[in-house]
Design a protein around this ligand. Structure first.
Ligand SMILES: [Zn+2]
Length: 208
């Protein structure tokens, strides 16, 4: 089943006993069939799908929590979502990272939203010596593949050499555009933890 199928299944009123006929007519009927779920469950699911602001979703995974530490008190970092209703009717989700305050109840570490976090990481990566990371090998093959593809499109005879700038650009791209697994993966190669301290981040090497 595709993700789209699952969504239309979850949004189908038929399962709690009613249906609309003809479609989009506004004429609703109670079916003679036995409902599979309750209306309450259906409504709850719709709220989840729309990202209701009042619900905390503990199940939600965040890309960077596991590789972040509070730079002030040494506690872990947790993340939460903040919903913002848009004028047009949509909902914007912002992810914020902050100290769990497990070690210091009053830790004044502050928060950082994920968009800023990624922007700052991208800046920090410019100052990392790639030779000290395993990232180079991992990414080089990808970059060569991309260059080949690019060359075949443009018919250019560009060189195949991969520079550190190429590798860093690719890492920055992964951090911005890719899935949370890719983000974690790529940050794992830096063998560093991300320290959050007074609304700023730093990369700190982890001893092997
Ligand atoms: Zn702290």
């Amino acid at each position: 089943m595709s993700l789209g199928n699952i969504y239309s299944l979850l949004e189908n009123h038929f399962y709690y006993g009613v249906f609309e006929y003809p479609r989009n007519s506004g004429n609703w009927y109670h079916g003679k069939h036995e409902p599979l779920i309750t209306k309450e469950l259906f409504d709850e699911v719709q709220l989840q799908i729309k990202g209701n602001a009042l619900k905390t979703r503990e199940e939600r995974e965040f890309a960077f929590t596991k590789i972040m530490t509070c730079g002030l008190c040494g506690s872990g970092i947790s993340a939460y979502e903040k919903y913002k209703k848009l004028k047009g009717g949509g909902i914007n989700v912002h992810v914020y990272y902050g100290c769990t305050k497990a070690r210091d109840k009053h830790c004044p570490c502050g928060y950082m939203n994920e968009t800023d976090l990624i922007k700052n990481l991208q800046k920090l990566i410019d100052n990392v010596d790639l030779n000290e990371t395993s990232i180079k090998k991992k990414v080089e093959a990808e970059v060569v593949r991309y260059k080949k593809f690019h060359r075949s499109l443009l018919g250019e005879s560009s060189s195949m050499a991969v520079t550190d700038i190429d590798v860093k650009d690719y890492v920055k791209f992964l951090l911005k555009e890719e899935t949370l697994e890719e983000k974690r993966d790529v940050m794992g190669c830096f063998k560093s933890v991300i320290l959050l301290k007074n609304n700023q981040i730093f990369l700190k090497k982890v001893e092997e």
